[in-house]
Design a protein around this ligand. Structure first.
Ligand SMILES: [Zn+2]
Length: 183
């Protein structure tokens, strides 16, 4: 039994929300991200567990937990959640993805994105393959969110992920980006 199977069993309500025979969201990421994924699901259960028990028509379904372009992706489909719970689920996912982007997928130590002949991997120095990828805006821990405003993609939020505190802090926008007008 691996941590992946245990995760799915511990959170059956989220993985089998649609009554599938097999959990489609079975995690396919490396052991270095185990604690990150587990913490995300503790946060999600804390946000929605009570509500789901009282509201059988509502659901939270994990459809994928995977690595993509060196980063963690957790895809969750929700039905009938209050806005507050919806935001907490999104926060849990955002924090996990931000932490994974600076955590070695093999061992869990602090890491950075590497380019291994076109394969993107987040790795510590010991497990490094290929070359470190220079961070966008010179800062790897910067997380910029975008949204469409009058048909144009604009920045809506700029945050820095603080690995020590496992939290986001608002950050000034890099000079090469522009804020959405009136935002
Ligand atoms: Zn490592």
């Amino acid at each position: 039994v691996t941590w992946r199977t245990e995760l799915v069993e511990r959170h059956r309500r989220l993985f089998y929300a649609h009554g599938y025979e097999h959990a489609s969201g079975y995690p396919s990421v490396g052991d270095g991200w185990q604690l990150i994924v587990e913490k995300a699901f503790k946060r999600i259960e804390a946000a929605v567990g009570k509500f789901l028990r009282k509201n059988p028509a509502a659901s939270v379904h994990v459809s994928q937990i995977k690595e993509k372009l060196g980063g963690l992706r957790i895809y969750i489909h929700t039905v009938g959640l209050p806005a507050r719970a919806e935001a907490l689920v999104q926060d849990a996912v955002d924090l996990a993805e931000a932490r994974a982007s600076c955590t070695c997928e093999i061992c869990g130590a602090a890491g950075v994105l590497h380019d291994h002949a076109g394969w993107y991997l987040t790795r510590c120095e010991r497990h490094a393959e290929g070359e470190p990828v220079p961070a966008q805006h010179g800062e790897a821990d910067l997380h910029i969110q975008f949204k469409f405003v009058r048909g144009k993609m604009r920045v809506s939020r700029c945050r820095r992920y603080d690995r020590e505190r496992d939290a986001f802090v608002d950050a000034p926008l890099p000079p090469d980006e522009t804020w959405a007008e009136g935002d």
